[in-house]
Design a protein around this ligand. Sequence first.
Ligand SMILES: [Fe+2]
Length: 191
Amino acid sequence: MNYHLPKLPFERDALKPYISEETIDYHYGKHHQAYADKLNGLLPGSKFETADLVTIIKNADGGIFNNAAQVWNHTFYFECFSGNGRKEPAGELAEAIKSSFSSFEKFKEDFGTAAASLFGSGWAWLVKNNNGSLSIVQKPNAENPLRDGLKPILTCDVWEHAYYIDYRNKRPDYIKSFWEIIDWEIIASRY
Ligand SMILES: [Fe+2]
């Protein structure tokens, strides 16, 4: 199988001033693309040659896992945004956030702390547990909660390449901007 990246669901300048076109060009155009290219180079002759991404993420290790997970994680991350979307969750997801974290504000605070305190490269995730409740999990490097049987709802990429062009070393400033570009209608459809 040859993986091609889906087109971004927004224009390159749609997330300005929070995320610049230059960051999109590097993050999507270079980093995300490189994970897909590396995966396509590793799959031929492996037992995952014809597997779909989720099967690979749940079963592979090493380079094949890392690159497949980074392809999936980045697609999921970019598809959290629209630049002009719903600013707060509504409906069932809003209720679940309230019952799991007490309020949307407290959820944002806890998620932001998880994203800011993750040491090194990785991802902060909002996941749906099997009983419908929500949890925040930190995952290093390429790791993904699908492997733990959890359903990803939202993610924040805290690899430096996600923010260094726009925010340099100020990860907390990037996380503050992250809330401005999420489209909660998309996030709610995943719950
Ligand atoms: Fe990234």
